[in-house]
Design a protein around this ligand. Structure first.
Ligand SMILES: [Zn+2]
Ligand SMILES: [Zn+2]
Length: 168
């Protein structure tokens, strides 16, 4: 009952293709002016939202947790699962990585960039960036990617594409 009430006042947003959970949660929270704690409360998930935004999936989100989140964000559990690393596939919490060419086409952080087995973007044949190629700053967690630029030197993610090297 409580959940139904919540849904009526929350804005829903469409997940982007291959978007990671961290990036999606950040966009959802900003659309609804919620902190990680606020969203955690609304979904009955406590501190899990803040952990997930940092890609801390140990222990992995349970089916029950995903169902609770699905109700609040208005996205199916199956779709939420696509924002997570596939079962049994190792992922890196850091560094946060970026294919600037992908970001230009669809401005979001993709979950596959954090998978250990992935070194490059197979769409663009480019090696992923692990830091700003201009100033060396590490990328922040995708949940706080708002402007699409380096938080230190303001080089736009789109402009970083020219620093990306092709792999073979
Ligand atoms: Zn790419
Ligand atoms: Zn920079």
């Amino acid at each position: 009952m409580e959940m139904v009430e919540i849904q009526t006042w929350l804005f829903q947003i469409e997940p982007l293709e291959r978007e990671s959970l961290s990036h999606f949660l950040g966009r959802f929270r900003r659309a609804n002016d919620l902190t990680p704690t606020g969203l955690g409360k609304a979904a009955g998930l406590g501190g899990a939202i803040a952990r997930w935004e940092k890609f801390r999936f140990n222990p992995p989100p349970s089916q029950q947790q995903l169902e609770a989140l699905a109700v609040v964000v208005g996205v199916d559990v199956d779709r939420l699962v696509q924002m997570l690393p596939p079962t049994g596939v190792g992922m890196k919490m850091e560094p946060i990585r970026l294919c600037a060419a992908c970001y230009t086409e669809s401005p979001c952080h993709k979950i596959e960039w954090q998978l250990k087995v992935i070194q490059g973007c197979d769409r663009h044949q480019l090696i992923l960036l692990s830091e700003c190629p201009n100033c060396g700053a590490r990328f922040k967690i995708p949940a706080v990617w708002v402007d699409g630029w380096c938080h230190r030197c303001f080089l736009s993610f789109a402009d970083m594409v020219k620093y990306q090297k092709f792999y073979r």
